[in-house]
Design a protein around this ligand. Structure first.
Ligand SMILES: [Zn+2]
Length: 276
C-alpha cells in the first residue's frame, strides 16, 4: 500500500516538474510584450489597385459561344455502361431474350467518316446555337448509340431511334426550360432563318408539320435537313431518357455539306466504328 502511494506521489512530482519546465520555456521571465501599431497607409509591399482584364481564352471557348462550354462531338459518346444489369425481355415466341449493355465510350468509338470520329455537324451547330440564343445549358441525353446499347435500351425491330447509331440523331432538353419545349423548337426554326448559308433556301427556312402517325402526339416539324420531334413527359421514356421532362429529338434527313440524303444503313451502324 505504501509502495503504491509512493509511486503515485513520484508520478505527480515528475508531471508537475515537466509542466513547470515547459511553462518556463514558453514564457521566459524577461519577456516584454510590446504593442505594434501601424498607420493605415503604412505597408511593407505596395499593391496596385486591381483593374479589369479580359478573361483568357481557353481551347474550348470560341467567339460567340456564350457562357456555356461549347458542345463538341465528345458530348455525343455512347451512354452504355458495363455496370448496367442484364435485362430479360420476353420475345413474341414466348422465349426470354437476355440483353447486355455495351461498355460505353471506354469500349468503342463514335461512328467514323474517313477514319475520323464523326457526328453530323448540323446537330452540333444547332445545339450550340440554342445554348447561345437561349443562354441556357443544353443537356444531351442520347447522342450516338452503338447497336448493342441501342438493342439494350430498345429491342423493337423498327425503332424510331435508329439514326442514333450513325451519329445522325440527338435527344436533349434545355436546363431551366424543361417545361417550355415548344420555345426550343421555335429557336431551332429560327436558326435556319438567321444562318447565312440557308438564306433564300425556302426548303430549309420553312418548316412543315408531319401529319402521319409517329410515336409522339405532337406533330413533328421538318425541313429538308432535319426532322424534329417533341416528346411529352409521358412519351419516349427509356433508360437513357429517365428524366421527368419533355424532350426534343432531332434527326438528320439530308446532309447539306455532301448534298446526300441521310438514311439509316445497317452496315454503317454495325461496322463503322472501332471497338477496343
Ligand atoms: Zn455503346
Amino acid at each position: 500500500m505504501m509502495l503504491r502511494l509512493g509511486l503515485y506521489l513520484l508520478v505527480i512530482a515528475i508531471l508537475s516538474a515537466c509542466s513547470e519546465g515547459d511553462h518556463e520555456r514558453a514564457r521566459p521571465s524577461n519577456t516584454i510584450a510590446t504593442r505594434i501599431d501601424r498607420r493605415h497607409d503604412e505597408q511593407l509591399f505596395k499593391t496596385e489597385t486591381p483593374t479589369w482584364q479580359e478573361p483568357k481564352h481557353y481551347p474550348w471557348d470560341h467567339e460567340g459561344a456564350g457562357r456555356h462550354a461549347v458542345i463538341t462531338k465528345e458530348y455525343f459518346r455512347c451512354r452504355g455502361s458495363d455496370l448496367n444489369p442484364e435485362r430479360v425481355v420476353e420475345q413474341s415466341n414466348g422465349n426470354p431474350l437476355y440483353l447486355h449493355d455495351c461498355g460505353g465510350a471506354e469500349r468503342h468509338s463514335l461512328p467514323l467518316r474517313d477514319g475520323t470520329e464523326f457526328v453530323y455537324p448540323i446537330l452540333i451547330d444547332l445545339l450550340n446555337h440554342l445554348q447561345v440564343t437561349l443562354d441556357r445549358r443544353v443537356l444531351i441525353t442520347v447522342g450516338h448509340r452503338c447497336p448493342q446499347h441501342q438493342k439494350y435500351v430498345d429491342h423493337s425491330p423498327n425503332n424510331p431511334n435508329a439514326k442514333h447509331m450513325i451519329g445522325a440523331q440527338v435527344a436533349f432538353y434545355v436546363e431551366g426550360m424543361e417545361q417550355q419545349p415548344k420555345d426550343i423548337v421555335d429557336a431551332i426554326i429560327d436558326y435556319y432563318k438567321t444562318e447565312p448559308k440557308y438564306e433564300a433556301k425556302t426548303d430549309y427556312t420553312e418548316f412543315k408539320r408531319y401529319d402521319k402517325d409517329t410515336d409522339v402526339r405532337t406533330q413533328p416539324w421538318f425541313n429538308k435537313e432535319i426532322f424534329v420531334k417533341l416528346y411529352q413527359a409521358d412519351e419516349g421514356r427509356d433508360s437513357d431518357n429517365r428524366h421527368p421532362y419533355p424532350y426534343i429529338s432531332i434527326q438528320v434527313r439530308y446532309d447539306f455539306d455532301s448534298g446526300q440524303p441521310v438514311r439509316y444503313n445497317w452496315n454503317e451502324a454495325h461496322r463503322n466504328f472501332h471497338r477496343w
